[in-house]
Each structure stands twice: as structure tokens, then as C-alpha cells.
Design a binder for this molecule. Sequence first.
Ligand code: FE2
Ligand code: FE2
Length: 244
Amino acid sequence: MAAVDEIAPDIFRINMMTVPDEDFSTSFFVIRDEAPTLVETGFRRAYEETHDAVAAVIDPTTLRYLVVPHLEGDECGALNPFLAQAPHAVPVGSPIGVALNLSDFADREPRAVDADTELDLGEHKLRFLITPYVHTWESMLPYDVTSGTVFCSDVFIGPEGRRAVTDADQTDAMVRMYRTVGIFPSRAHLNHALDKIEAVHPQTLACHHGSVKAGNIATYLQVLRETDVTGVTEWNPMLEPPGS
Ligand SMILES: [Fe+2]
Ligand SMILES: [Fe+2]
């Protein structure tokens, strides 16, 4: 089964290795509250395994919100299987994400959120940073005001996915990975997103690839500001199809 770790009070990380040779993993997050919520869903092909992991934390039929930072398999591939299990669950995306993608892709009417929205989950309150092209047009990053957790999706990626939380400085590995995968098209868009992340003073960076960061956050922000990680990359060796 996927690994399950509590990374902040009532916030659980569901983690699977996705490219074991590269020590590359994918995580998504369960918020256990009056309105149980998933931030990301993981891949559709991993649904059976991740469903059981979610069920170890909450009853998946009670899910209320399924938050989609952007449309990719690792972010929301299992959205519709989770929706099918949860009659009251609503997909949540940015205005562009809902207009262009979720309104077509999701099996239930989605809800658009923006910088003025607060989703009251009970103890936890979710707000949203709209961060275009970090790293897709519709990108947004949710954050939990209660715990100071930014769900930073593909920002601050790293290795050692089996370690749920770290306060180590893994910025060298982060920069190497970004230069390999080439997911940030523009310095201006990246800086815009970093400004928004910094402005909410995160205590925890709930990364979707690699360990959750619970320390050294200022260093991560500084390194991404000062290092060249944007531009054109034509080939990503991590995108070899499984089994090839
Ligand atoms: Fe992504
Ligand atoms: Fe990703």
C-alpha cells in the first residue's frame, strides 16, 4: 500500500514511488476534518492502492472537496474514481482550470476558487494562490491557513520521497531535478508564484514530489529566486513510459 504519514495536525501525506530508479515519488494529501478533503488525487492507475491508503485515514465516501492544482495525471488522474465513491464531493480548481479543463474532464460540476475564496473545512480553512504557468496555465496552489501549510504541487520538488518530512537543505538536488525536467517556462511567472508563497509565511511546504519541507523554507525560496531553473528543455528522461 502507499505510505501514509501525518505531516501536520490532521493532514496526511499519501506517497508512492513513481520512478524508483530516480528516487522520484508522488504524493497527495488528505485533510481530515468536518469536510474531508483531498489535495490532489494521484494517478488513476494507482487508484486502488491509494484509495486504500485514504481509507486508512477517512471514509472516502464522505469526501467533500477534491482540490486540483492543475490538470495532470499525477495531480488529478484519480479524480473521477474518487468522485464516483463520494456523492457529495466537489472538484475544485482555479477559474481557468475549471473553465478549460475540469468542466470537461470531471464527472461532476466543478467549483472555481480564487484569491478571495476561503473553503471552511471545520478546523482547517483553505485559501488559494493563483500561480499561472507554475507550471501550467491554470495552476493554483492551495494553502491551509490553520496549519500554515502550502500545498505547493510541483514547486520545491525533491528526492527521497520515502522520507515524509525533512528539515534538511535539499536545494542542490531540487535545482538538478528542475534542470532535468524543465517545467518552469518563465522567470517572471516563477517569481510571481514565489512572491505569493512567501507572503503567506508557510510553516510547511507540502510538496507533491519528494519530502515535505518543515524547515529551511527561506532557503528554498531564496535558491529558487536566485538560480536559473527556467527555460526550454526538449527531453525529459523521467517521462519514459512504465516498462520501456
Ligand atoms: Fe505538474
Ligand atoms: Fe507533478
